[in-house]
Design a protein around this ligand. Sequence first.
Ligand SMILES: Cc1cc2nc3c(=O)[nH]c(=O)nc-3n(C[C@H](O)[C@H](O)[C@H](O)COP(=O)(O)OP(=O)(O)OC[C@H]3O[C@@H](n4cnc5c(N)ncnc54)[C@H](O)[C@@H]3O)c2cc1C
Length: 255
Amino acid sequence: MSGPTRHDVVVVGAGPAGLAAAVAASERGRSVLVLDQAPHAGGQVWRHRRGERPAPVLVELLRRLAARGGAIARRAAVLDCPAPGELVVDFDGRIDRITAPALVLATGAVERLLPFPGWTLPGVTGVGGLQALLKAGLALRGQRVVIAGTGPLLLPAAATVVKGGGELVMIAEQARGSQVVRFAGRALTDPARLLQALRLRMATIASPYRADSWVVAAHGEGRVREVTVHVQGAERVIACDWLAAAAGLLPRTEL
Ligand SMILES: Cc1cc2nc3c(=O)[nH]c(=O)nc-3n(C[C@H](O)[C@H](O)[C@H](O)COP(=O)(O)OP(=O)(O)OC[C@H]3O[C@@H](n4cnc5c(N)ncnc54)[C@H](O)[C@@H]3O)c2cc1C
């Protein structure tokens, strides 16, 4: 380890939250360092492949940060916080210490995975997990996919499956229909969000969306081949090649 490096503000996480905090601090005259363990800035939602054009909003945040001298260290995993304001960081294999009078933790979320028989079979993933695999280039053309669980990621993941040529067999939402309607009703106050949800549902309209439905078990020898889904009071066995199931997101709090 070498001696500590100092910045006014250190932000852990170069996703939407971390970059917004970094831009706000740098535009108020603070020296800022953003650390992210990933090879690209953007976090989960703005994840992109090498050679792919990043989202314009990401490009704009990076431009504003760079304009104020803010730095981003990629492949920089924060391992520990041994004392207030001190971080131990793995800079792509080199361990170093960072000191910051102000520290922003914007490390995002992890999926809440609820176990069921067969949940460790190959071909069973989280909903965000499947989304991340697709963004990384997983080819699903012609493969049957069931998306299940609850939370805001079901529709975006389903739309990505359809866009990638996958056969979306069913979206099984665990919440009751009345809860889904109430949730959609709240979006009326946020027209942009409502429009986004409508667009996503239109993109997946050829596939059934069932509320009050959840995975009972996944079956298969060596990989998932079928899934038993409780669909509005009755159990159905559905053939599939991929099952993506998760019950929402939890904040990533280990630091
Ligand atoms: C697997 C998964 C896939 C998702 N896919 C989508 C999607 O496609 N569309 C969508 O709208 N939402 C998606 N989400 C929801 C996502 O959490 C939010 O949309 C949004 O990305 C949250 O922004 P954020 O800045 O809080 O966190 P994130 O975007 O998750 O950014 C957090 C960043 O912190 C970094 N980080 C975490 N721990 C450390 C550490 N110890 N050291 C260094 N860096 C660290 C991560 O590498 C990451 O880049 C996904 C969530 C998950 C868990």
